[in-house]
Design a protein around this ligand. Structure first.
Ligand SMILES: Nc1nc2c(ncn2[C@@H]2O[C@H](COP(=O)(O)OP(=O)(O)O)[C@@H](O)[C@H]2O)c(=O)[nH]1
Ligand SMILES: [Mg+2]
Ligand SMILES: [Zn+2]
Length: 294
């Protein structure tokens, strides 16, 4: 019996990475009956006499699983956020950060296209980046994209983790991955869009073995579109609010209309970013307006 991690799933086969080697496996009959659908990222036990004809025996307990991309045990996400083209707005970034926090995935914010920003735009982004750092996030925001230093910094953060790339189409996810490992040669820009249009039938999901990490390039976002979070949980998903909440007058303070709220004080004094608080309030509103599901 061996242990490994599923790196690719295609047509009922699961390619398992174990000690730097790939073993092609499939689920045993009794395994399939248990209705466990193995996902890439799953830690598994398997048997294999050679690298072509192995059998999955067991899927080990997951820490989490995403719907799109369908990956298990993701512990890090690179949130690729363009500073221009399209112009940065905090709302989308904060939504992604909240969704990741809910799935217990650590975000790394990566500001892309910094080379296209004017001096003034870059100055603003630097202030924004510092705000997110102060809130407790890791942020990469170098003026020159793909500098040796910044790539080394990112590699050090990713190494040893199962990672998903996040961010809008065109944000620069594939371009960044190509810089992390030039052997990848992933399609970018319009080429990548053209490929996607003709490829709805492939069911291949795979993790790229890059920089000592396993990385999903599938730009999944739809599983996060509906923030299925309740009003009590939302404040827990803003780390800078978690930090000061013990100083709120009321336990379980939602930081909205309550008197003696340390979060609102921190916003007023500038220790918590105004844009973050506004997004928090907007998300609370969204939750309150959500139609109940029956
Ligand atoms: N100038 C500049 N262009 C970038 C940068 N990152 C990505 N791009 C371009 O933006 C377009 C979309 O990038 P792509 O990696 O395909 O985005 P994806 O959809 O997130 O994978 C491509 O034409 C890239 O060349 C960057 O840091 N600077
Ligand atoms: Mg891409
Ligand atoms: Zn409060």
């Amino acid at each position: 019996m061996k242990k490994g991690i599923i790196q690719q799933s295609l047509g009922g086969f699961y390619d398992v990475l174990c000690d730097g080697q790939i073993f092609r496996t499939r689920g045993r009959g009794n395994f399939r009956q248990k209705k466990i659908k193995p996902l890439v990222g799953d830690k598994v036990e398997f048997s294999a006499d050679d690298q072509q004809h192995g059998y999955l025996l067991k899927v080990l307990p997951r820490t989490n699983s995403l719907v799109r991309p369908p990956v298990a045990n993701v512990d890090l996400a690179v949130v690729v956020t363009a500073v221009v083209q399209p112009r940065f707005t905090p709302n989308l970034l904060d939504r992604q950060l909240v969704a990741l926090a809910k799935s217990k995935i650590t975000p790394v914010i990566y500001f892309s296209k910094t080379d296209l920003a004017t001096t003034e735009e870059y100055r603003q982004i630097t202030a924004v980046a510092d705000g997110y750092r102060h809130a407790g996030y890791q942020v990469l925001s170098g003026r020159k994209p793909f500098s040796t230093e910044q790539l080394a910094q990112l590699k050090a953060v990713l190494s040893g983790h199962v990672v998903t790339m996040m961010g809008q189409t065109g944000a620069g996810k594939s371009t960044l991955l190509n810089h992390l490992d030039s052997r990848l040669q992933l399609a970018t820009g319009e080429i990548s869009q053209a490929l996607k249009r003709g490829r709805h039938t492939t069911r291949k999901v795979s993790l790229l073995d890059v920089a000592g990490a396993l990385i999903a390039d599938t730009p999944g976002f739809s599983s996060y579109e509906d923030l299925s979070i309740d009003a009590e949980t939302l404040p827990q998903l803003f780390p800078e609010m978690v930090k000061v909440a013990p100083q709120c007058r009321f336990r379980g303070c939602r930081h909205l209309k309550e008197p003696g709220c340390a979060v609102k004080d921190a916003v007023a004094s500038g220790t918590i970013m105004k844009s973050r608080y506004e997004d928090y309030v907007a998300f609370q509103q969204m939750i309150a307006n959500r139609k109940p599901k029956y």
